[in-house]
Design a protein. Structure first.
Length: 318
């Protein structure tokens, strides 16, 4: 087998504060009082963990045997965090060390997995030195996941300029990025990855119908939560629906999409068929939601392949 090009994952690297409460937002919010919204709930669980979209994708990729390059910016309070990623197999040598504090994500989840979160950018605003130039003409696969909109715009442009395979994953930045930047990302993407809400919002922002996006981007992967995922795109003759792993006890949904991306990309970069790639993503996500936190799940390659076989009654090779 030919050597697989490098996987370069760009995106946020953050410290996460995850909180859960036993109620439901819909029981607390008064629709006629949204202009004076004021809520306070008692927290059942509080955890502080490592996170960030880019780091989460790299983490699960490393569990599967990848040695991804993680590209982003952190502050002086992330030394131990980076060392843990390095030991796992993530290349952290290209990460920018900023004098600003590491980005922090705070999220509050209700008992039916609705979430409200806030993101402190911190070191993510110090990204002028971050570039894809070291991978020019290497045919590397580059993931552009949520970061500051200006950096995402530049990385999309560089990926195209340097002839790199682009996985465009705008995530929650779909509401913050200029429409023209989103359109450029979609146009340049070899693979577009969103959840169903993000795809609808992306479609509205750029003024292109979802079915047109699916007909023009080579591969479009849409995660659907407990309903699994939908894989479409110009390269496929028909839509592929991949079911989620059954019998999973969901403890915390945070980071499920990031883990899915790690699993999907591992298969995709090795030429697996798209159904298998989606199933690898689903198994990766299943491990994540069973734990609190986005980098607290663990599995060996043998454990992963055994769970895959149990879930889908077929054998997969990593």
């Amino acid at each position: 087998m030919n050597e697989i090009p490098q996987l370069v994952v760009t995106g946020s690297i953050s410290l996460d504060r995850i909180m859960n409460f036993g109620g439901r937002y819909q029981d607390l919010i008064q629709p006629d009082k949204l202009h004076t919204l004021s809520l306070s709930v008692l927290i059942n669980e509080l955890s502080e963990t490592h996170g960030g979209t880019g780091a989460n994708i790299a983490y699960t990729s490393a569990l599967l045997g990848e040695h991804p390059v993680l590209l982003g910016s952190v502050g002086p309070n992330a030394t131990d965090y980076l060392e843990e990623l390095r030991i796992l197999g993530v290349d952290v040598s290209h990460i920018h060390k900023s004098s600003l504090q590491t980005a922090t994500f705070t999220v509050l989840t209700d008992r039916v997995n609705n979430q409200v979160g806030g993101f402190f950018l911190g070191a993510m605003e110090d990204t002028d030195s971050i570039s894809l130039s070291p991978w020019k003409d290497t045919h590397a696969t580059v993931v552009v996941s949520p970061n500051t909109p200006s950096l995402m715009k530049r990385l999309v442009r560089e990926a195209k300029q340097y002839h790199l395979a682009l996985v465009y994953d705008p995530g929650q930045q779909v509401t913050n990025s200029p429409a023209e930047d989103l359109a450029a990302g979609v146009q340049a993407a070899d693979v577009l990855m969103t959840n169903d809400y993000e795809l609808t919002m992306l479609s509205r922002r750029i003024g292109i119908k979802e079915d047109v996006i699916r007909a023009t981007v080579p591969i479009v992967v849409t995660t659907l939560g407990e309903r699994g995922s939908l894989i479409t795109g110009a390269k496929g003759r028909e839509s592929i629906h991949v079911s989620a792993v059954s019998g999973v006890h969901v403890v915390d949904p945070t980071g499920a999409g990031d883990a899915f991306r790690g699993g999907f990309l591992h298969g995709y970069r090795r030429g697996r068929d798209l159904t298998t790639c989606g199933r690898m993503g689903s198994v990766s996500a299943a491990y994540t939601v069973e734990q609190v936190g986005t980098q607290t799940h663990h599995f060996t390659p043998a454990e992963f392949t055994a769970r895959y076989q149990t879930a889908y009654d077929e054998v997969v090779e990593l």
